[in-house]
Write a protein that binds this ligand. Structure first.
Ligand code: SAJ
Length: 415
C-alpha cells in the first residue's frame, strides 16, 4: 500500500521511514527543497539516534522517496508543526495548508491522519470542513482521524514501535481505518477513540506534567520564606505510594509542555484556571532564579552559566528557560559567560564560552540544565578557576558536592 507523509521534521521523517521499513511504499513531502534533495541522497539534516542509517537504507531500497508535493496514496499522514501565535493560541496555518495540498491527489476511499498537535475539536471543526468543501464527504468518501505523536526526542525510533497509540476518528469507520494503518508496525496498544478524546488526551499528558512541575516550583517559593528544604519535602512526600510530586527547576522548556497547555486554555479560558496558573508559575521561574543571583552577588560580579538546552543531554533550546535567565542577567549588566557542551554558537545570538572561559574569575556558577557532564564536576579545579566558589544548582543534578565550594540548590537557598 502507498503512504504519503506531509512534513518531514522530527516526527514526520522518522514516522515515514518506519512505515517504509514495514512494507509501505512511502512518499515523504516537505516544502523545503533542501530537505527533499538531501533525503533523496539518503542524507538527514536533523539529529536523532539511528535515523541516518534507516533513511539511507530505505532510500537505497526504493521504499522511500521525498518530493515537494503529495502524490496519489491510500493513506496521508500530516505531521507539520503547530506554532503558536503571540497570544499563545495555536496557529493552524501549516496544518491547513498541508491538508489543502493533499486535495488535488485525494481519491474516494483514502484515509487522512493528522499527527500534528492541535487544540481539541480541530479535526472535526477545521480539518473536516476543508475536505467537505472540496467535495468529499469526510467520514464517508474519505476517512479522517487524529493520532497524536508522543515520542521522546532521542528515543523516537524506539518509542514509535513501543509506545501505545491513541487513534481517534471523526466516526467509527475512520477510527478503524486509521488504527489498521498503525497496527502494521506498532507493538504497543492501538487505542481506538473519538477525534476529540485523542486531541485532548495528548494535550492532557503534557499539561499533567506542567501542572505537577508548577506545584513543585510553588512549593520551592513557599519553602524559601518558611526556611524549609523543598527538595527534602518532595522526596519525603514521594515515599507515599500515591504521591508523585515532580522536580522544581528554572522553568519549563521545550516545544511541548510549555506550549500544549495553551491549546486547552484557548478553548475555555474561564474554566482552565489551574492550567493557566500552572503556566504562570512555571513562567515566573526564570525571574525567581535571577532574583537568587541578585541576592548572592553584586552587579560587578561575573556569572558562569552551565547549560542552555531546555533539558539534559540534548541541543534543543526551544522555549528554554535558561535563555530567558541569561538574557535578563546580561540586560542587568552582569558579566555573564555561558557554557553548554551540546549547544552550538550558530543557535544563539549571544557569545558562548568554553568551560574554562566561563569559570575563570567567576563569583557564582549557575547550573541551568542537567547534562550528564555537570553531574560530577571537578570541584578542586573549579574552585581554583573561580574568584568566589559559589554554585547554585537549579536542577539539583550535582552528585558529588564537595566542601571546596559552597553548594546551593532549591532546597537550600541563600538566606
Ligand atoms: N521538567 C521539570 N521538572 C520535572 C520534569 C521536567 O522542570 O520534574 C522540565 C524539563 O527540565 C524541561 C521540561 O520540563 O524543561 C519538559 O521536559 P520533559 O522531559 O517533561 O518533556 P519533553 O517536552 O521533552 O517531551 C514531552 C513528553 N511528554 C510526556 O512525558 C507526557 C513526550 O513524551 C512527548 O512526546 C513530548 O512532550 C511531545 O512531543 O509532546
Amino acid at each position: 500500500k502507498n503512504l504519503c507523509v506531509v512534513g518531514l521534521g522530527y516526527i514526520g521523517l522518522p514516522t515515514a521511514v518506519v512505515f517504509a521499513e514495514n512494507g509501505w511504499k512511502v512518499t515523504g513531502v516537505d516544502v523545503n527543497s533542501l530537505v527533499v534533495d538531501e533525503l533523496n541522497k539518503g542524507k538527514v539534516i536533523i539529529e536523532e539516534n539511528g535515523l541516518d542509517e534507516l533513511v539511507a537504507k530505505v532510500v537505497n531500497e526504493n521504499k522511500f522517496v521525498a518530493r515537494m508535493s503529495p502524490v496519489e496514496s491510500d493513506v496521508f499522514i500530516v505531521a507539520v508543526p503547530t506554532p503558536h501565535n503571540e497570544d499563545q493560541s495555536a496557529n493552524l496555518k501549516y496544518v491547513e495548508s498541508a491538508v489543502k495540498s493533499i486535495l488535488p491527489v485525494l481519491k474516494k476511499g483514502n484515509t487522512i491522519i493528522v499527527e500534528s498537535t492541535i487544540p481539541p475539536r480541530t479535526t472535526r471543526d477545521v480539518v473536516a470542513p476543508i475536505l467537505d468543501e472540496a467535495g468529499f464527504e469526510s467520514g464517508d468518501d474519505v476517512y479522517l482521524a487524529h493520532c497524536p505523536e508522543r515520542v521522546l526526542p532521542g528515543r523516537i525510533l524506539i518509542e514509535l514501535y513501543e509506545n501505545n497509540r491513541i487513534v481517534g476518528g471523526i466516526n467509527t469507520v475512520s477510527t478503524e481505518k486509521a488504527a489498521e494503518v498503525y497496527r502494521t508496525f506498532v507493538k504497543g496498544k492501538v487505542l481506538e477513540t473519538s477525534a476529540e478524546s485523542a486531541e485532548m488526551s495528548k494535550l492532557m499528558e503534557n499539561t499533567y506534567r506542567d501542572v505537577n512541575i508548577a506545584l513543585a516550583n510553588e512549593l520551592t517559593k513557599i519553602s524559601e520564606g518558611l526556611n524549609i528544604d523543598a527538595l527534602e519535602v518532595i522526596s519525603l512526600a514521594n515515599e507515599h505510594p500515591r504521591v508523585n510530586v515532580h522536580q522544581p527547576g528554572p522553568g519549563v522548556g521545550g516545544h511541548c509542555l510549555a506550549v500544549d497547555p495553551y491549546f486547552i486554555i484557548e478553548k475555555d479560558p474561564d474554566n482552565a484556571k489551574l492550567i493557566t496558573n500552572a503556566r504562570t508559575i512555571n513562567e515566573s521561574m526564570p525571574e525567581f532564579v535571577v532574583n537568587q543571583v541578585r541576592k548572592a552577588v553584586d552587579k560587578s560580579s561575573k556569572i558562569a552559566v552551565f547549560g542552555l538546552a531546555y533539558k539534559g543531554n540534548i541541543d534543543d533550546i526551544r522555549e528554554s528557560p535558561a535563555i530567558k535567565i541569561v538574557k535578563q542577567l546580561m540586560f542587568e549588566g552582569f558579566n555573564t559567560k555561558i557554557y553548554d557542551p551540546y549547544v552550538k554558537q550558530e543557535q544563539v545570538d549571544f557569545a558562548l564560552s568554553t568551560y574554562e572561559e566561563a569559570l575563570q574569575g567567576a563569583d557564582i556558577l549557575l547550573i541551568l540544565t542537567d547534562h550528564n557532564e555537570f553531574k560530577n564536576l571537578n570541584w578542586k579545579e573549579i574552585s581554583n578557576l573561580m574568584r568566589a566558589a559559589n554554585v547554585l544548582d537549579t536542577k539539583n543534578c550535582i552528585q558529588n558536592a564537595s566542601a571546596e565550594v559552597n553548594h546551593y540548590n532549591f532546597g537550600n537557598l541563600y538566606e
